[in-house]
Ligand binder design. Structure first.
Ligand SMILES: *[C@@H]1O[C@H](CO)[C@@H](O)[C@H](O)[C@H]1NC(C)=O
Length: 167
């Protein structure tokens, strides 16, 4: 009976232990990758970690996207309030492109890490700041507005700083 309990405990504890280990390993993989990628830095706040590159030049959305891809990454995604805060707190510029756009289909914003459609963009564009019929506001930037870094759709042709991310 005792042996049975020990065996049972083993099967309960092992998966928990292994899950913890793999989470730790994943984080250190990102940290290690970030350290050996020139120009990128690891940002950490709360439970969020991102490996980020702040552009030193200004580009249109399309060229910013190309540059991030060339670095093995993509324009930074801000999927949660915490990720938004992480970039806002560390922002190097008043306005920068981030990895979100609706160029393909108006009203359908996608995230650039996996091109998935944003299901709930209430958090993103709250308060709503743009006219949905406006055809030209398709590319998203994070910009200082009224003492707050907001996520705003804008034209894709602005030549401004941008933020890349690698995973
Ligand atoms: C990029 O644009 C910002 C304004 O958005 C400006 O302050 C900065 O000097 C520009 N940087 C370069 C390298 O042209």
């Amino acid at each position: 009976m005792i042996l049975f309990k020990i065996v049972l405990m083993f099967f309960i504890i092992m998966p928990v232990y292994l899950t913890g280990q793999s989470t730790k390993r994943k984080i250190s993989v990102l940290e290690a990758k970030c350290k050996r990628t020139p120009g990128f830095e690891l940002l950490k706040e709360l439970n969020v970690k991102k490996c980020i590159y702040w552009s030193k030049t200004n580009k249109s959305f399309e060229n910013a996207e190309i540059d991030c891809k060339g670095k093995g990454g993509f324009l930074v995604t801000l999927r949660t309030k915490e990720e938004h805060m992480l970039i806002a707190l560390n922002a190097k510029n008043f306005a920068s492109y981030v990895g979100c756009d609706e160029r393909e289909k108006k009203g359908t914003f996608v995230w650039h890490d996996d091109m998935s459609v944003i299901q709930d963009n209430d958090y993103l564009f709250n308060p709503p700041v743009f006219d949905k019929d406006e055809q030209t506001l398709c590319c998203v930037l994070i910009a200082l507005e009224e003492f707050d870094f907001r996520i705003l759709p804008n034209v894709c042709t602005l030549v401004i700083p941008y933020v890349c991310e690698i995973k």
